[in-house]
Structures are given as C-alpha cells and as structure tokens.
Design a protein around this ligand. Structure first.
Ligand SMILES: Nc1ncnc2c1ncn2[C@@H]1O[C@H](COP(=O)(O)OP(=O)(O)OP(=O)(O)O)[C@@H](O)[C@H]1O
Ligand SMILES: O=C(O)[C@@H](O)C(=O)CO
Length: 453
C-alpha cells in the first residue's frame, strides 16, 4: 500500500458518532463526514447502489451530479454521486469523476467506490478502465478490484467470465446494446483493453475460501505487478468476503453487489452503528404516475402487465417528430385519469419498432426527443399535483429528474432488488422510484405504487 494511503488508514477511529452528530452541512466550514464515498456512472445505477448501502444499514444520500457548493446535505454515512458518464467521451468521464472524488474526499470519505453496471457496460475506449485508472492515481493507490457481480439480479462471475442469468454476457441481450454492446464475456480481457495497467483474476476456488485467502491473492497479484483484479463471485457470501478482504483498499470498483460487504468493515472499526430498521421516508401525498422510456425486455413486460389493469398512453415518436403536440395530449389525458387512479405514459417499444424509429430519426435524435417529451410531461404533471412517480430507464430518469430540478434523494425501502423508493429533497417533495431498464419483476409498476398506498 502507498505510504499516504497507509497513513490515512492507520489513524485511530474517533469516538463513534451517529451521522446526525457527524454531519451538519457540506461546505468547507462544516463538512459532512462521509465514511464511504461513491461515484456512479449513471442515475439508476446510483440508486441501485444507494439501495444496497441503505439495506446494509448505512444512512445513504444520493446526489444528482456533483453537489453544488450551496447545497446542504442531510447527515449520511455514505454519499452516492450520480454522474451520467457511462457513454460520454472518456476524458469527460475522467474529469467529472475526479471532481466527484475531490468533493467526496473534502467531505471525509475514507474509502471510494466506483459503481458501474452489473453487465460491465463499456467499450474498448472506456469508460470503466480510464476512470478507474484516474481514480487510483488521484488516490495514490496501486491496486483495486473490479467485481460487477449482483447475484440477486442474476449477475455472477466465474473464472473472470460474467454471466447474466444462465447465459454468458456475450450471449445475453447485452450483445445488442445500442451504445455498449458486450460481445466478450471475459472481464480480464474486456478491462485489459481499457487500461494500460495489468489485469489479473482472483478465481472462485480462492474466493470460496474466505477473506484471508482473498486478501492473500490480492497481495500476490500486486507482487506480480497487477493493478486490477477481476474477482469471481456467485453468491452474496462471496461478496461479503470480498468486501472484508478489501477493507484496506482506497478504491473499490464494481456493481452494487460489491457494496454488500463494506458496511461491516466500518462497523468493525467502530465507525458505523449496528444496522437498525430501514430508514422511514416521510409520507408523500399526491397523484401517482409511471413514465417509461426504457425499451428493455423487463420494462416491456412490466408495461404489458400494467396495461392489463390500468390506463396507459403510448407516445408515438414519429408523430412527435412531425410536430404533433403530444405533451399537451398526454397531459390532458393524464389529468382526466390521474385523479381516479395512477396512469402510465410510455414511449417504450419492442426492438423492431425502435429500429424503425431510429432509422427514420437517427438513434440519438430519437432518444433525445423522447426523453425531452417525457421530461416536459413530468414537469406539467407535477404542476398538476403529481407527487409519486415511477420512471423506467436510466437515460429517461436522468432527463426527467434534471427537468424537475431534483438534486438530492433520500433512500427508502426496496421495491425489488436494485430499486428503492426515494424522496427528493427540495420543493415539492416527490416520491421517486428510478428503475434500471433490466430490473424489477413483471408487476413492478403496480407493486411500487401499492407500497405507497
Ligand atoms: N420507441 C422508441 N424508439 C426509439 N427510441 C426510444 C423509444 N422509446 C424510448 N426510446 C429511447 O431509448 C432510450 C432508452 O434508454 P434508457 O436508459 O431510458 O432505458 P434502458 O437502457 O432500458 O435503462 P438502463 O440504462 O437503466 O438499463 C432513451 O433514450 C429513450 O428516449
Ligand atoms: O448495475 C446495474 O445493472 C444497474 O444498477 C445499472 O447500472 C443499470 O444502468
């Protein structure tokens, strides 16, 4: 371990305060004292991570982008900064991630977690490798792990190969992802193409032996000149053991699953209180709706389940492009139904329809037009009393949340693995469930809103 890193880690723990005692603001005069500082490369991924940390008993706050100087955050053990850096130019992703790191360090973070997708969404140009390289350098650290496993959602790693359910990543739907097609399941190779540093593997037969064996493997890999270790994991217990073995690492990288084992390290150091009951979110009163721009298989199934029981309005992207005012149409329609029951407004469509729209409008233009439309609809519906909102899709969530001016989320109960209810701070208070495209059971939308009834 580098000297500076060692010095920071060998400090004696302070008397163990609650987050309320620790943090009262976030500016330079009164810093929040964060234990775990997290940088997520997209919005729904950040919420997934925040959910995991909250479930494991850390008071967790999520910010949308890098917190503004004047923003006062509630006390928190963990702060997750949600960036939108997964598919932007690598140099922009690096720059934004370093600003996020700087904020987290200034606010006391003792360990940094870089969260990316459980399907390792990236290209040979990045952004996982370049961002991880830059964070390591900024932290004066020489070694980290990469582990996107998330067993509860079917993501497991064996011999460095990532599986989605019972198929290898490259044989899964991720092969056809429009921005980050994943055509190689072997993460040692995938990450190896994104960094000049050496990438090694801690295989399953070592992981299953527990924290001491895993830690020894980390030491051996460092001795052999490796900077990254892809670490196999199939079950939550493996992630807990990897977390324990990674307690001394300044930087950890992975999916939300890798967070499972980290709170225990802070508890062991007497810095974190034992896990209590899940934090109760304030009750939000008002109208409910679901907005969806996700075209994933899971979301399409959830839309079908909703339509069997509840009112739904489909946005036609080609009509939109021809200038039809679907914001007005959808808003007027929703206002008739919403006072009686929750509504769904969606642009989501199966691959063949998406392909037609993309052929006519161009992929980026189609996406941006739909995101902008859903965001404007959300804005009008909030003005009309909408307060409980389920959003499907990472890009879609980003566009809507940005338009609504949301900058901080408090994390509440889990709806399905990877998706919690959250409450926005600021006015008006909104209950938001931001669902990653691939997450949630078939009745997710209905289940989510019933939880708030
Ligand atoms: N009918 C459609 N035709 C073309 N593009 C569409 C259509 N409906 C939605 N889109 C666009 O597809 C993109 C879907 O991305 P989004 O990130 O919201 O969902 P996702 O990829 O399923 O979610 P996640 O990133 O959480 O896995 C958005 O840019 C959206 O505007
Ligand atoms: O890790 C995942 O699969 C999700 O949190 C995500 O990042 C989807 O965009």
């Amino acid at each position: 371990m580098h000297e500076e890193e060692q010095a920071a880690r060998s400090e004696q723990p302070p008397p163990q305060p609650s987050p309320a005692e620790r943090g009262r603001g976030h500016n330079e005069q009164t810093p929040v004292t964060v234990l775990l500082g997290c940088i997520a490369d997209d919005l729904t991924g950040a919420t997934d991570l925040a959910n995991m940390l909250a479930r494991e008993g850390m008071h967790t706050v999520q910010t949308i982008g890098i917190p503004a100087r004047e923003l006062v955050l509630p006390p928190a053990d963990a702060v997750v900064i949600a960036l939108k850096s997964r598919t932007i130019a690598p140099e922009d992703a690096v720059r934004q991630s370093l600003v996020a790191l700087d904020w987290l360090k200034r606010n006391g973070a003792r360990q940094i977690l870089f969260k990316y997708c459980s399907t390792f969404d990236s290209t040979d140009a990045g952004n996982i490798g370049p961002v991880a390289d830059a964070l390591l350098k900024a932290l004066h650290a020489r070694f980290t792990i990469a582990c996107p496993a998330f067993p509860e959602n079917g993501r497991s790693l064996f011999q460095g190969n990532l599986f989605v359910g019972n198929v290898a990543l490259a044989d899964s739907g991720m092969r056809h992802h429009p921005l980050t097609p994943m055509t190689d399941s072997n993460l040692v190779r995938v990450l190896g193409r994104q960094t000049k540093a050496k990438v090694g593997l801690v295989p399953y037969n070592i992981v299953r032996e527990g924290p001491a064996a895993i830690r020894k493997a980390f030491e051996q890999l460092q001795h052999d000149g490796m900077t990254f270790a892809i670490v196999d994991a199939i079950e939550n217990q493996h992630l807990r053991d990897i977390g324990a073995a990674a307690s001394d690492l300044a930087l950890i990288t992975g999916g939300s699953g890798i967070a499972i084992g980290l709170p225990a390290n802070f508890r062991k150091e007497n810095r974190l209180a034992p896990a209590g009951p899940p934090e109760k979110l304030e009750r939000i009163e008002g109208l409910s709706a679901v907005l969806s721009g996700s075209c994933s298989q899971a979301t399409l199934g959830q839309i079908a389940a909703w339509k069997a029981r509840r009112p739904a309005f489909a946005l036609d992207p080609l009509a939109l492009a021809q200038g039809r005012d679907l914001v007005a149409d959808a808003t007027a329609w929703a206002q008739i139904h919403m006072s009686r029951e929750p509504v769904l407004i969606y642009a989501s469509a199966p691959p063949e329809e998406v392909a037609k729209v993309q052929a006519a409008l161009g992929r980026e233009k189609a996406g941006a037009l739909i995101e902008e439309t859903l965001a404007r609809i959300a804005q009008r519906l909030v003005a009309a009393g909408l307060r409980k909102l389920v959003i499907a899709g990472g890009e879609t969530s980003g566009a809507i949340v940005q338009r609504l001016g949301v900058s901080v989320l408090k994390i509440g109960p889990q709806i399905d693995p990877g998706v919690p209810w959250t409450v926005s701070l600021g006015t008006p208070r909104l209950a938001l469930a931001l669902k990653s495209g691939n997450f949630g059971g078939p009745d997710f939308f209905i289940k989510a809103l019933e939880m708030l009834a």
